[in-house]
Design a protein around this ligand. Structure first.
Ligand code: HSE
Length: 414
């Protein structure tokens, strides 16, 4: 029986989940792949705290470099997080010729090209399924089952913390901060949780998905992103009354050679499957030109769902190593082109929900008409106007005259 010795950098929530998963199902993985996964070393600055898993003390070290440089370690698993030290570790490991598995979406979104090129140069693979949508193998779907498709659009619910907060705000009407504290206790939220609630975490995952679908690392700067901070229960209740749910939505579309990307709380029809994705669950709806509509669903955050994706990547890295595969298809997919063309935020065409807290609906309709924005319906009882599609630039011009109006995108997901 062949073995793969794993060096884990970062023994936090996910690191402990990886150890738990391998202790539980390592034999099963060996039966399936012919390769037995073995935890070789674990590095963390804190090697005293109890993580709820049995680990021989001799495996623990505070010295991450000693793990990266250990010739007995076959695969490095980077779970340190952040973009500075983690980047150094990943680059060092790749240069040492060791394949790296990472769940670090921020690092891939900020420094993807450099890391992918380092992987190609060294011939050591970089595997990152766990970086998007936790336990859902959606990157595998894009690079494997859907590889023959042009991706027309993707809609994602990619942040477990935000989806958990929105679901409980809708169901229980609890205050935002109280639910966020629960999400932190459950191990869903980042530390600090601003990356989650301000939409940055979803934007990181959005650029990774788009890079895989369109063949070049997408810069964060092209994603217009807004989070759920400040979203009121009134909007959630109004959306419900109008037949919609509000989700923090990652929107990726391709048309006329340009890619449109955004992250924002959006009204989606209650009848669409994506509106039924609740709690910390994530989902990605993918429309391909050959396959048509597909959707992937599962737990997007938390110890074991993320560990499941990391373990899948460890086994893929081990198999690739065994067969001498230097650069896995995931990397080639990310580096097909030098650059892509993007739709500017103000060019994006969308429908909107506009609530006028002062209730002056007639004046608001005049303002919208002046900007060429058509009206789909006026809901007087809740002081809301639903518009026809128009460009973001027109909405921005109208907003200057609409005072304290609340505006949210409506996305009629196909
Ligand atoms: N904080 C992230 C979330 C963890 O809530 O989805 C998984 O990436």
């Amino acid at each position: 029986m062949k073995e793969v010795k794993i060096g884990i950098l970062g023994f936090g929530t996910v690191g402990a989940g990886v150890v738990e998963g391998i202790l539980k199902n390592g034999e099963l993985m060996a039966q399936r792949s012919g390769i037995l996964p073995i935890i070789g070393k674990i590095a963390d600055l804190d090697i005293e705290s109890d993580r709820g898993v049995e680990v021989d003390a001799s495996l623990l070290t505070t010295d991450a470099l000693s793990v990266i440089n250990d010739s007995d370690i076959d695969v490095i698993v980077e779970l340190v997080g952040g973009v500075t030290v983690a980047k150094e570790f990943v680059l060092r490991a790749l240069r040492n010729g060791k394949p790296v598995v990472t769940a670090n979406k921020a690092l891939l979104a900020e420094a993807g090209r450099e890391l992918f090129e380092a992987s190609v140069k060294s011939g050591a693979g970089l595997y990152f399924e766990a970086s998007v949508a936790g336990g859902i193998p959606v990157l595998r779907a894009l690079r494997d089952g859907l590889v023959g498709n042009r991706i027309q659009c993707m809609y994602g619910i990619l942040n477990g913390t935000c989806n958990y907060i929105l679901t409980r705000m809708e169901r229980e009407g609890l205050p935002f901060d109280e639910i966020l504290a629960d999400a932190q206790k459950l191990g869903y939220a980042e530390t600090p949780p601003d990356l989650d609630i301000d939409g940055i975490d979803t934007a990181h995952k959005t650029v990774i998905l788009a890079s895989m679908a369109y063949g070049a690392p997408v810069p964060m700067s092209v994603v217009a992103s807004t989070g759920i901070r400040g979203l009121s229960g009134e909007e959630i209740a109004n959306a419900d009354a109008l037949g919609y749910r509000i989700k923090l939505l990652s929107i990726i579309k391709e048309g006329a050679g340009k890619i449109e990307l955004s992250v924002e709380p959006a009204l989606v029809p209650k009848t669409h499957m994506i509106a039924l994705v609740n709690d910390s669950f994530n989902a990605v709806f993918v429309k391909g030109d050959i396959v048509g509509d597909t959707m992937y669903y599962g737990r997007g955050a938390g110890r074991l769902p993320t560990a499941s994706a990391v373990i899948g990547d460890i086994m893929e890295a081990a198999v690739d190593r065994l067969h001498g595969v230097g650069s896995p298809v995931g990397i080639t997919m990310m580096l097909q082109r030098d650059t892509l063309e993007y739709c500017a935020a103000e060019e994006i065409e969308k429908r909107c929900y506009i609530r006028l807290p002062q209730g002056d609906l007639a004046a608001a309709q005049d303002v919208l008409a002046t900007q060429g924005i058509g009206i789909a319906s006026v809901e007087e009882s809740i002081s809301v106007i639903l518009t026809q599609p128009a460009r973001e630039a027109a909405f921005v011009s109208a907003a200057a005259e609409l005072g304290d109006a609340v505006r949210l995108r409506i996305e009629d997901v196909p």
